[in-house]
Design a binder for this molecule. Structure first.
Ligand code: APR
Length: 318
Protein backbone atom coordinates (compact mmCIF):
# COMPACT_ATOMS: atom_id res chain seq x y z
CA UNK A 1 0.00 0.00 0.00
CA UNK A 2 1.19 3.50 -0.81
CA UNK A 3 2.35 5.84 1.90
CA UNK A 4 0.15 8.67 3.12
CA UNK A 5 1.70 12.06 3.78
CA UNK A 6 -0.38 14.81 5.33
CA UNK A 7 0.70 18.42 5.19
CA UNK A 8 -0.83 20.61 7.88
CA UNK A 9 -0.74 24.10 6.43
CA UNK A 10 -1.21 24.63 2.71
CA UNK A 11 0.53 27.99 2.47
CA UNK A 12 3.79 28.74 0.71
CA UNK A 13 5.80 25.90 2.25
CA UNK A 14 2.86 23.47 2.36
CA UNK A 15 2.13 23.91 -1.35
CA UNK A 16 5.79 23.50 -2.27
CA UNK A 17 6.02 20.37 -0.11
CA UNK A 18 3.02 18.87 -1.88
CA UNK A 19 4.56 19.58 -5.27
CA UNK A 20 7.96 18.09 -4.39
CA UNK A 21 6.41 15.02 -2.76
CA UNK A 22 4.29 14.41 -5.86
CA UNK A 23 7.25 14.84 -8.22
CA UNK A 24 9.28 12.39 -6.15
CA UNK A 25 6.31 10.01 -5.80
CA UNK A 26 6.92 9.60 -2.08
CA UNK A 27 3.26 8.83 -1.50
CA UNK A 28 -0.27 10.19 -1.60
CA UNK A 29 -0.68 13.70 -0.26
CA UNK A 30 -3.39 15.26 1.89
CA UNK A 31 -3.06 19.02 2.01
CA UNK A 32 -4.85 20.39 5.10
CA UNK A 33 -5.55 24.04 5.86
CA UNK A 34 -8.14 26.02 7.77
CA UNK A 35 -8.46 27.91 4.52
CA UNK A 36 -10.22 25.06 2.72
CA UNK A 37 -10.15 26.65 -0.73
CA UNK A 38 -6.39 27.15 -0.57
CA UNK A 39 -5.83 23.46 0.27
CA UNK A 40 -8.26 22.22 -2.38
CA UNK A 41 -7.09 24.67 -5.02
CA UNK A 42 -3.40 23.84 -4.63
CA UNK A 43 -4.13 20.10 -4.53
CA UNK A 44 -6.14 20.32 -7.74
CA UNK A 45 -3.52 22.47 -9.45
CA UNK A 46 -0.70 20.03 -8.59
CA UNK A 47 -2.82 17.01 -9.55
CA UNK A 48 -3.44 18.60 -12.93
CA UNK A 49 0.31 18.60 -13.61
CA UNK A 50 0.54 14.81 -13.15
CA UNK A 51 0.12 13.87 -16.81
CA UNK A 52 2.76 16.43 -17.84
CA UNK A 53 5.22 15.43 -15.14
CA UNK A 54 4.34 11.77 -15.34
CA UNK A 55 3.87 11.18 -11.62
CA UNK A 56 1.33 8.90 -10.06
CA UNK A 57 0.11 10.18 -6.71
CA UNK A 58 -3.23 11.08 -5.21
CA UNK A 59 -3.36 14.73 -4.03
CA UNK A 60 -6.30 15.91 -1.94
CA UNK A 61 -7.12 19.19 -0.23
CA UNK A 62 -9.19 19.38 2.95
CA UNK A 63 -10.04 21.27 6.14
CA UNK A 64 -11.12 18.12 7.95
CA UNK A 65 -8.62 16.19 10.09
CA UNK A 66 -10.52 12.95 9.42
CA UNK A 67 -9.07 13.04 5.91
CA UNK A 68 -5.54 12.93 7.36
CA UNK A 69 -6.36 9.70 9.29
CA UNK A 70 -3.61 7.06 9.53
CA UNK A 71 -0.93 9.19 7.91
CA UNK A 72 2.57 7.73 7.74
CA UNK A 73 4.16 11.16 7.78
CA UNK A 74 2.81 14.55 8.84
CA UNK A 75 4.64 17.76 7.99
CA UNK A 76 3.47 20.85 9.85
CA UNK A 77 3.77 24.36 8.49
CA UNK A 78 0.56 25.75 9.96
CA UNK A 79 1.27 29.13 11.43
CA UNK A 80 2.16 32.67 10.66
CA UNK A 81 5.39 33.58 8.85
CA UNK A 82 7.58 36.59 9.66
CA UNK A 83 7.13 40.08 8.32
CA UNK A 84 10.15 42.27 7.58
CA UNK A 85 11.86 43.33 10.82
CA UNK A 86 10.39 40.48 12.90
CA UNK A 87 12.46 37.74 14.51
CA UNK A 88 11.25 34.14 14.54
CA UNK A 89 10.74 34.53 18.29
CA UNK A 90 8.14 37.25 17.67
CA UNK A 91 5.88 34.50 16.28
CA UNK A 92 5.83 32.54 19.54
CA UNK A 93 2.44 33.56 21.01
CA UNK A 94 0.40 33.12 17.86
CA UNK A 95 2.07 29.98 16.55
CA UNK A 96 1.93 28.28 19.96
CA UNK A 97 -1.88 28.52 19.86
CA UNK A 98 -1.95 27.19 16.32
CA UNK A 99 0.32 24.26 17.16
CA UNK A 100 -1.94 23.29 20.06
CA UNK A 101 -4.87 23.05 17.65
CA UNK A 102 -2.77 21.01 15.22
CA UNK A 103 -1.70 18.61 18.00
CA UNK A 104 -5.36 18.08 18.93
CA UNK A 105 -6.17 17.47 15.29
CA UNK A 106 -3.53 14.82 14.62
CA UNK A 107 -2.98 12.99 17.90
CA UNK A 108 -5.98 10.67 17.72
CA UNK A 109 -6.23 10.41 13.96
CA UNK A 110 -2.58 9.52 13.17
CA UNK A 111 -0.99 8.24 16.37
CA UNK A 112 1.67 6.28 14.49
CA UNK A 113 2.84 9.08 12.22
CA UNK A 114 6.36 10.45 11.96
CA UNK A 115 5.93 14.18 12.47
CA UNK A 116 8.16 16.86 11.00
CA UNK A 117 7.59 20.37 12.25
CA UNK A 118 8.63 23.46 10.26
CA UNK A 119 6.59 26.19 11.98
CA UNK A 120 8.68 28.84 13.77
CA UNK A 121 10.11 29.57 16.27
CA UNK A 122 11.17 26.06 15.41
CA UNK A 123 12.83 24.50 18.46
CA UNK A 124 10.15 25.65 20.88
CA UNK A 125 7.25 24.89 18.55
CA UNK A 126 8.45 21.33 17.89
CA UNK A 127 8.89 20.78 21.64
CA UNK A 128 5.39 22.14 22.29
CA UNK A 129 3.97 19.92 19.54
CA UNK A 130 5.52 16.84 21.12
CA UNK A 131 4.16 17.77 24.55
CA UNK A 132 0.68 18.70 23.33
CA UNK A 133 0.37 15.57 21.19
CA UNK A 134 2.10 13.09 23.48
CA UNK A 135 3.68 11.44 20.40
CA UNK A 136 6.87 9.43 21.08
CA UNK A 137 9.87 11.79 21.14
CA UNK A 138 11.72 9.83 18.46
CA UNK A 139 8.75 10.34 16.14
CA UNK A 140 8.72 14.14 16.34
CA UNK A 141 11.48 16.26 14.76
CA UNK A 142 11.97 19.83 13.67
CA UNK A 143 13.37 20.94 10.32
CA UNK A 144 15.94 23.71 10.61
CA UNK A 145 19.53 22.48 10.53
CA UNK A 146 19.32 21.10 6.98
CA UNK A 147 18.12 24.49 5.77
CA UNK A 148 20.68 26.51 7.73
CA UNK A 149 23.47 24.15 6.63
CA UNK A 150 22.33 24.36 3.03
CA UNK A 151 22.40 28.16 3.17
CA UNK A 152 25.91 28.12 4.65
CA UNK A 153 27.14 25.68 1.99
CA UNK A 154 25.61 27.78 -0.78
CA UNK A 155 27.24 31.00 0.42
CA UNK A 156 30.62 29.30 0.84
CA UNK A 157 30.31 27.66 -2.58
CA UNK A 158 29.69 31.06 -4.15
CA UNK A 159 32.69 32.54 -2.39
CA UNK A 160 35.02 29.68 -3.35
CA UNK A 161 33.43 29.08 -6.76
CA UNK A 162 32.99 25.36 -6.13
CA UNK A 163 29.74 23.34 -6.36
CA UNK A 164 27.82 23.34 -3.07
CA UNK A 165 27.81 19.54 -3.03
CA UNK A 166 31.58 19.53 -2.58
CA UNK A 167 31.16 21.24 0.77
CA UNK A 168 30.63 19.38 4.02
CA UNK A 169 29.38 21.33 7.01
CA UNK A 170 26.91 21.46 9.87
CA UNK A 171 24.89 24.29 11.36
CA UNK A 172 23.59 23.29 14.77
CA UNK A 173 21.92 24.68 17.91
CA UNK A 174 18.73 26.72 17.86
CA UNK A 175 17.14 27.91 14.62
CA UNK A 176 17.57 31.57 15.47
CA UNK A 177 20.13 34.32 15.69
CA UNK A 178 22.39 32.11 17.81
CA UNK A 179 22.66 29.17 15.38
CA UNK A 180 26.21 27.79 15.15
CA UNK A 181 28.14 27.10 11.95
CA UNK A 182 30.52 24.32 12.94
CA UNK A 183 33.63 25.62 11.22
CA UNK A 184 35.84 22.89 12.61
CA UNK A 185 33.54 20.42 10.84
CA UNK A 186 33.54 22.33 7.56
CA UNK A 187 35.43 20.83 4.65
CA UNK A 188 35.75 21.72 0.99
CA UNK A 189 36.57 18.72 -1.17
CA UNK A 190 37.67 16.98 1.99
CA UNK A 191 39.98 19.81 3.06
CA UNK A 192 39.30 21.63 6.36
CA UNK A 193 38.11 25.20 5.76
CA UNK A 194 40.75 26.50 8.19
CA UNK A 195 43.46 25.07 5.90
CA UNK A 196 42.06 27.13 3.03
CA UNK A 197 42.45 30.24 5.19
CA UNK A 198 46.04 29.28 6.06
CA UNK A 199 46.77 28.77 2.37
CA UNK A 200 45.33 32.20 1.53
CA UNK A 201 42.50 30.68 -0.57
CA UNK A 202 39.79 32.07 1.68
CA UNK A 203 39.84 35.25 3.78
CA UNK A 204 38.99 34.87 7.45
CA UNK A 205 36.70 37.92 7.12
CA UNK A 206 34.86 36.32 4.20
CA UNK A 207 34.19 33.22 6.28
CA UNK A 208 32.95 35.41 9.15
CA UNK A 209 30.63 37.21 6.73
CA UNK A 210 29.28 33.86 5.53
CA UNK A 211 28.60 32.75 9.11
CA UNK A 212 26.70 35.99 9.71
CA UNK A 213 24.82 35.84 6.41
CA UNK A 214 23.75 32.28 7.27
CA UNK A 215 22.36 33.45 10.62
CA UNK A 216 20.43 36.15 8.78
CA UNK A 217 19.60 33.87 5.85
CA UNK A 218 15.88 33.79 6.63
CA UNK A 219 15.63 37.51 7.40
CA UNK A 220 17.39 38.39 4.13
CA UNK A 221 14.65 36.59 2.21
CA UNK A 222 11.84 38.01 4.37
CA UNK A 223 13.15 41.49 3.54
CA UNK A 224 13.33 40.79 -0.19
CA UNK A 225 9.91 39.14 -0.42
CA UNK A 226 8.29 41.87 1.73
CA UNK A 227 5.28 39.61 2.22
CA UNK A 228 6.14 36.13 3.47
CA UNK A 229 9.24 34.10 4.20
CA UNK A 230 11.42 31.51 2.47
CA UNK A 231 9.65 28.44 1.16
CA UNK A 232 11.53 26.61 -1.61
CA UNK A 233 14.59 25.66 0.46
CA UNK A 234 12.60 24.97 3.67
CA UNK A 235 10.30 22.62 1.72
CA UNK A 236 13.23 20.81 0.09
CA UNK A 237 14.77 20.29 3.52
CA UNK A 238 11.51 18.96 4.97
CA UNK A 239 11.19 16.50 2.11
CA UNK A 240 14.72 15.20 2.70
CA UNK A 241 13.75 14.21 6.24
CA UNK A 242 10.49 12.60 5.10
CA UNK A 243 12.26 10.63 2.38
CA UNK A 244 14.94 9.32 4.74
CA UNK A 245 12.18 8.08 7.06
CA UNK A 246 9.92 6.58 4.38
CA UNK A 247 12.72 4.82 2.51
CA UNK A 248 14.71 3.96 5.64
CA UNK A 249 17.76 5.69 4.15
CA UNK A 250 19.30 6.25 7.61
CA UNK A 251 20.72 9.58 6.47
CA UNK A 252 22.64 11.63 8.99
CA UNK A 253 20.85 14.99 9.02
CA UNK A 254 20.93 18.03 11.29
CA UNK A 255 17.44 18.24 12.83
CA UNK A 256 15.83 19.67 15.95
CA UNK A 257 15.60 16.54 18.09
CA UNK A 258 14.72 15.71 21.67
CA UNK A 259 17.84 15.58 23.80
CA UNK A 260 17.95 13.44 26.90
CA UNK A 261 21.46 13.99 28.17
CA UNK A 262 23.27 14.06 24.82
CA UNK A 263 25.58 17.08 24.53
CA UNK A 264 24.86 17.48 28.27
CA UNK A 265 21.38 18.75 27.49
CA UNK A 266 18.32 17.28 29.13
CA UNK A 267 14.66 17.63 28.21
CA UNK A 268 15.05 20.07 25.34
CA UNK A 269 14.71 20.09 21.55
CA UNK A 270 17.66 21.57 19.68
CA UNK A 271 19.53 21.18 16.41
CA UNK A 272 21.97 18.24 16.38
CA UNK A 273 22.97 15.62 13.81
CA UNK A 274 20.60 12.66 13.92
CA UNK A 275 20.07 9.46 12.03
CA UNK A 276 16.65 9.27 10.34
CA UNK A 277 15.33 5.87 9.32
CA UNK A 278 12.19 3.78 9.66
CA UNK A 279 12.38 4.13 13.45
CA UNK A 280 12.17 7.92 13.21
CA UNK A 281 15.07 9.53 15.03
CA UNK A 282 17.09 6.34 15.40
CA UNK A 283 20.14 7.93 16.93
CA UNK A 284 21.50 11.26 18.10
CA UNK A 285 25.03 11.67 16.82
CA UNK A 286 27.40 13.32 19.25
CA UNK A 287 30.23 15.00 17.38
CA UNK A 288 33.29 16.43 19.09
CA UNK A 289 33.12 20.19 19.46
CA UNK A 290 36.17 22.37 19.95
CA UNK A 291 36.11 25.07 22.64
CA UNK A 292 34.74 27.78 20.38
CA UNK A 293 32.08 25.53 18.86
CA UNK A 294 31.11 24.34 22.33
CA UNK A 295 30.75 27.86 23.74
CA UNK A 296 28.67 29.00 20.80
CA UNK A 297 26.53 25.87 20.99
CA UNK A 298 25.89 26.38 24.72
CA UNK A 299 24.97 30.00 24.10
CA UNK A 300 22.48 28.88 21.44
CA UNK A 301 21.01 26.23 23.75
CA UNK A 302 20.52 28.86 26.45
CA UNK A 303 18.51 31.01 24.09
CA UNK A 304 16.29 28.03 23.20
CA UNK A 305 15.78 27.41 26.95
CA UNK A 306 14.88 31.07 27.51
CA UNK A 307 12.34 30.97 24.72
CA UNK A 308 10.84 27.75 26.06
CA UNK A 309 10.47 29.44 29.45
CA UNK A 310 8.68 32.30 27.70
CA UNK A 311 6.39 29.70 26.09
CA UNK A 312 5.65 28.20 29.51
CA UNK A 313 4.57 31.63 30.73
CA UNK A 314 2.14 31.86 27.83
CA UNK A 315 0.85 28.32 28.45
CA UNK A 316 1.65 26.85 31.89
CA UNK A 317 0.39 23.48 30.59
CA UNK A 318 3.71 23.10 28.80
N1 APR B 1 -4.49 24.95 11.27
C1 APR B 1 -4.13 24.71 9.99
N2 APR B 1 -3.59 25.63 9.20
C2 APR B 1 -3.41 26.85 9.70
C3 APR B 1 -3.75 27.18 11.03
C4 APR B 1 -4.32 26.16 11.83
N3 APR B 1 -4.68 26.38 13.10
N4 APR B 1 -3.43 28.47 11.23
C5 APR B 1 -2.89 28.93 10.10
N5 APR B 1 -2.89 27.96 9.16
C6 APR B 1 -2.41 28.02 7.79
C7 APR B 1 -2.72 29.32 7.09
O1 APR B 1 -4.07 29.34 6.62
C8 APR B 1 -1.70 29.32 5.95
O2 APR B 1 -2.23 28.81 4.76
O3 APR B 1 -1.00 27.93 7.74
C9 APR B 1 -0.60 28.39 6.45
C10 APR B 1 0.77 29.05 6.58
O4 APR B 1 1.17 29.38 5.30
P1 APR B 1 1.98 30.73 4.97
O5 APR B 1 1.33 31.88 5.65
O6 APR B 1 2.16 30.80 3.49
O7 APR B 1 3.39 30.50 5.69
P2 APR B 1 4.67 29.64 5.19
O8 APR B 1 5.57 30.53 4.42
O9 APR B 1 4.20 28.38 4.55
O10 APR B 1 5.37 29.35 6.58
C11 APR B 1 4.72 28.58 7.58
O11 APR B 1 6.79 27.86 8.57
O12 APR B 1 9.00 28.49 8.25
C12 APR B 1 7.87 28.65 9.03
O13 APR B 1 8.11 30.87 9.85
C13 APR B 1 7.36 30.05 8.99
O14 APR B 1 5.94 29.74 10.88
C14 APR B 1 5.96 29.85 9.47
C15 APR B 1 5.57 28.52 8.84
Amino acid sequence: MGKKISLIGAGQIGGTLAHLIALKELGDVVLFDLAEGMAKGKALDIAQSSSVEGFNADIKGTNNYEDTKNSDVIIITAGVPRKPGMTRDDLLGINLKIIKQVAEGIKNTSPKAFVICITNPLDVIVMALQKYSGFPKNMVVGMAGILDTSRFKYFLSQELKVPANQIESLVLGGHGDTMVSMLNHTKVNGKPVYDLIKEGKLKKESLEDIVLRTKNGGAEIVKLLENGSAFYAPAAAGVEIAESYLKDLKKQLPCAAYLDGQYNIKDLYAGVPVLIGKGGVEKIIEIDLNVEEKNNFENSINSVKDLFNAAKKIDPAL
